[in-house]
Design a protein around this ligand. Structure first.
Ligand code: AHG
Ligand code: MN
Ligand code: MN
Length: 364
C-alpha cells in the first residue's frame, strides 16, 4: 500500500456505521410521502421529528446510566399523577426532556403525555408545527430505581382542525390515525425501534459515535413463540376466561413465563422471539391499566406492521376509539397464533356465559 492509497477499510463495516437512524428515516419518509427526489414538507417533518426523538432518547439514556451516582435523580417526587400513580423523579425528568427537545423545533403543536393531565401546547413565542407527539416518557417506572430495563413509547398524529378550545378532541380517534410510532428501550444497550407504516426497524446506539446504527430492518414477529407475559399476581382479579388460559399455559409443554414489569421490554422480547403479552382488565378495572394513546396503540401499530397483532381481547386494538385522553384498554399483543389462542378463551367464555337459548338461537 503506498502512502497516497487510503487504507482498505472493510466496506461493510463502514457502510453499516453510516446506516444511521437519520439516513434510514429519510429514506423511509421519502417512500411514505412519495417524495422520490425532493423531500415533501411532510417527509421533512417526519424525518426531523424522528431525529428529535433520537436526541430525547440519548438524553434519557445518559441520565439513566449515571442515575445511581447523582443526587435527586432516583426515587419518588412525592406527587401523584393523573393516573393516580406515584410519580418517579425520572418520569418528570424524561417528560421535560421531550418538551425541551420539541419546544423550539417548529415540528409539533402539542405534546400529550402520561404524566400531564392536559396536553402541553407549544407557546405562542415558539414555532408551531402540524403534528402531535403522544408519549409515555418512562414506561416501567417501577424498574427505574433497581436498574432494570425501562423505555419511552411515542406516537405521532397529524393535527386535525385547530383545537382552539384546547379540548384536543381530534386525538380521540382510533390508532389507525397514527402516522408513526415506536419506542426507545434503555437496557444494556439503548435501542430505538420505529415504523412509519412500512416495516418495523431497530437501531442500536453506538455511544462512541452518538448515533443510532441500523441493527434490523422490516422485523417480523414469529407466528408463534414460547413466551407468555402477564402478571399472575392479579390472577384472582381476572375474568375466569383468563384464569382458564393461564391454567392451559401451566398444563402444556413448550410455554415459558417472562414478565419484566416494563411493557416496552416485554414487547421487545416478543418482537424478536414471538409469544404474547397480556394486560387484561379486572373486575375492579375492566379497562385494565395500560393507556391507549401512548402505550397500547403505538405498540399495536408496531405489532401489525411486523406481521403480529394486537387486540383488547375482543376487538383489534387499532380499531378502539377512546373517549378521553388517558383512556385505558386491556391488551393482548404479539404473535398472531398466540393472540388468537387468548381470544379463543375469552370468546368461549362469552359463549358459555350466554343463556343456552341465545346460543341455540344464533346457531340456527
Ligand atoms: P408506567 O411505568 O409507564 O406506568 O408503565 C408501567 C406499565 C407497563 O410498563 C408494565 O407492563 C405494567 O405497568 C406493569 O404493571 P403491574 O405492575 O401491575 O404488573
Ligand atoms: Mn407505561
Ligand atoms: Mn410511564
Amino acid at each position: 500500500m503506498t502512502a497516497s492509497e487510503p487504507a482498505a477499510v472493510p466496506e461493510a463495516a463502514l457502510d453499516r456505521d453510516c446506516t444511521t437512524l437519520s439516513r434510514h428515516v429519510l429514506q423511509q419518509a421519502m417512500k411514505a410521502f412519495n417524495a422520490p427526489s425532493l423531500l415533501s414538507p411532510e417527509a421533512q417533518d417526519i424525518s426531523a421529528i424522528m431525529n428529535r426523538l433520537a436526541l430525547a432518547g440519548k438524553l434519557i439514556a445518559r441520565r439513566l446510566s449515571r442515575a445511581g451516582l447523582m443526587a435527586g435523580v432516583l426515587g419518588f417526587t412525592g406527587d401523584t399523577n393523573v393516573q393516580g400513580e406515584s410519580v418517579k423523579k425520572m418520569d418528570i425528568y424524561a417528560n421535560d426532556v421531550f418538551i425541551s427537545v420539541f419546544k423550539q423545533s417548529g415540528l409539533v403543536c402539542r405534546l400529550a403525555s402520561e404524566e400531564m393531565e392536559k396536553p402541553y401546547y407549544i407557546p405562542e413565542n415558539c414555532p408551531i408545527g402540524r403534528y402531535t407527539l403522544l408519549y409515555d416518557p418512562i414506561d416501567g417506572s417501577s424498574n427505574v430505581d433497581i436498574n432494570l430495563n425501562v423505555g419511552s413509547i411515542f406516537s405521532i398524529r397529524q393535527q386535525e382542525g385547530n383545537d382552539l378550545d384546547g379540548s384536543a378532541r381530534d386525538l380521540l380517534q382510533n390508532g389507525r390515525k397514527q402516522i408513526a410510532a415506536g419506542y426507545i428501550l434503555y437496557g444494556p444497550s439503548t435501542v430505538f425501534v420505529y415504523s412509519l407504516g412500512d416495516g418495523v426497524h431497530m437501531f442500536i446506539l453506538d455511544p462512541s459515535l452518538g448515533e443510532f446504527i441500523l441493527a434490523a430492518e422490516s422485523m417480523q414477529i414469529p407466528a408463534h413463540g414460547p413466551v407468555y407475559s402477564l402478571n399472575e399476581g392479579n390472577f384472582w382479579q381476572w375474568d375466569e376466561s383468563l384464569r382458564d388460559y393461564t391454567r392451559y399455559m401451566h398444563r402444556h409443554e413448550g410455554y415459558t413465563a417472562r414478565y419484566s414489569g416494563a411493557l416496552v421490554g416485554d414487547f421487545h422480547r416478543i418482537l424478536l422471539q414471538g409469544g404474547v403479552f397480556i394486560y387484561p382488565g379486572t373486575a375492579k378495572n375492566p379497562d385494565g391499566k395500560l393507556r391507549l394513546l401512548y402505550e397500547t396503540a403505538p405498540l399495536a401499530y408496531l405489532a401489525e406492521h411486523a406481521n403480529g397483532c394486537a387486540s383488547t381481547g375482543t376487538q383489534p386494538l387499532l380499531d378502539f376509539v377512546p373517549t378521553e385522553l388517558h383512556q385505558r384498554t386491556p391488551l393482548v399483543i404479539g404473535s398472531v397464533e398466540d393472540v388468537k389462542l387468548v381470544e379463543s378463551f375469552i370468546q368461549d367464555r362469552g359463549q358459555r356465559q350466554k343463556p343456552a337459548s341465545a346460543v341455540t338461537q344464533s346457531s340456527k
